[in-house]
Design a protein around this ligand. Structure first.
Ligand code: GLA
Length: 411
């Protein structure tokens, strides 16, 4: 066939199949990491009373500065994400979203320039519905295209598209539509969908094969808040439904159990370890929502733990699973690249006494490396054992806490 005709035909068929193309934007090959405003700063918009805590460009600039100055960026925390309550209450004369002019005097493009100048990336928040969960401007089906273009013009790098104030039918049209609209802008924009969370998070209402083709990450379940009980509820939900959730995740497509609240008011150091360990086992996006200006040295050292981050960011991209559960104990396991594993022993009892465990690898189906395995305690930052199939390692886990092991074959 004449080459010109072939090109025309291919182009024609590509336009036909366009709406069915997966997102495939090559982004988020490992779970994205960064900082997001919502859980800590919520919808504080009174900058006169709370100049250092209101949702304004200053807040995001300061957090960008901190991400760079305090070593976060070098560890992979690269996104600075705006959440709700950033927009003005009306669109501009051209029908485009616009930020609140007093709180974002440089515009989102100005803020993006600042964030990019620091070697970081900027995320923004939208909502598929007539208004956001906080009552700000939403994205209607008719404005999906213009909103995607606006975000691209502003040089935004990530979009979290929430789902308040829409119905199931609108979401089933709008979320795919936004995926294609973002692709069509030609800008690389990580797409975070809250779609599953608004459909109760499970099949048959949620088709995770489809979601994985359309979105880079997605919220599955309820909002986190600043409490251990909520962290545990999320852990339990992800464990209870892992058969549906685990296969959905992989490079470029991640389940999102919600923000890291480590460094805030609600978790003690033990509980903070538990959130981080299980989120790493789940191959979860690592988005901190805390105040990087005042974070304690203890919380910072947990969030900056290199082996923890290494587990979360493992290139195989396989989400871990809960392999044992009883009333006050859970054992989680994640298969990592190069025959490595992560194991999290979670003590959910609130009894004041540490619980004793013995680690033996063959019952956990960690075998095959004849020489044995080095066992690292991730939070204690030390090699605690060398195990062959004949050895065991005994240890204790504090109440509402975890011991996270990194298991490396020596063969
Ligand atoms: C929903 C989302 C939260 C946050 C708020 C903002 O509740 O799940 O993560 O974005 O909306 O209003």
């Amino acid at each position: 066939m004449h080459c010109g005709i072939l090109v025309v035909l291919v182009a024609f068929f590509l336009t036909l199949v366009g709406p069915c193309q997966p997102l495939d934007n090559g982004l988020a090959r490992t779970p994205p990491m960064g900082w997001i405003a919502w859980e800590r700063f919520r919808c504080t918009t009174d900058c006169n009373s709370y100049p250092d805590h209101c949702i304004s460009e200053e807040l995001f600039k300061v957090m960008a500065d901190k991400l760079v100055e305090d070593g976060w960026k070098d560890l992979g925390y690269k996104y600075v994400n705006i959440d709700d309550c950033w927009s003005a209450m009306v669109r501009d004369v051209n029908g485009k979203l616009q930020p609140d002019p007093e709180r974002f005097p440089s515009g989102i493009k100005g803020l993006a320039d600042y964030v990019h100048s620091k070697g970081l990336k900027l995320g923004i928040y939208g909502d598929l519905g007539h208004s956001t969960c906080g009552g700000y401007l939403g994205t209607l089906l008719e404005t999906v295209d213009v909103d995607a273009k606006t975000f691209a013009e502003w040089e935004v790098d990530m979009l979290k598209l929430d789902g308040c104030n829409s119905n199931s039918t609108e979401r089933s049209i709008g979320y795919p539509k936004m995926s294609h609209a973002l692709n069509a802008t030609g800008r690389q924009i990580v797409y975070s969908c809250s779609w599953p969370a608004y459909e109760d998070g499970l099949p048959p209402k949620v088709n995770y094969t489809l979601i994985g083709e359309l979105c880079n990450l997605w919220r599955n379940y309820d909002d986190i808040n600043d409490s251990w009980s909520k962290v545990l509820a999320i852990i339990n939900w992800f464990g209870d439904h892992q058969e549906d959730l685990q296969p959905a995740a992989g490079p470029g497509r991640w389940n999102d159990p919600d923000m890291l609240i480590v460094g805030n008011f609600g978790l003690n150091q033990d509980q903070s370890k538990a959130q981080l360990a299980i989120w790493a086992i789940l191959a979860a996006p690592f988005f901190m929502s805390n105040d990087l200006r005042t974070i304690s040295a203890d919380a910072k050292s947990l969030l900056q733990n290199k082996l923890l981050i290494h587990i979360d960011q493992d290139k195989l991209g396989q989400q871990g699973v809960r392999i044992k559960k009883d009333e006050d104990f859970q054992l989680w396991k994640r298969k990592l690249s190069h025959g490595q594993f992560a194991l999290a022993y979670l003590n959910t009892a609130e009894l004041g006494e540490a619980k004793s465990f013995t680690l033996s690898l063959p019952p956990l189906r960690i075998e095959g490396c004849s020489h044995g395995y080095n066992i690292y305690d991730v939070f204690d930052k030390k090699l605690v054992a060398f195990l062959t199939s004949n050895h065991t390692h005994s240890f204790r886990v504090n109440p509402t806490s975890v011991v996270l092991f990194f298991v490396r074959p020596i063969c």
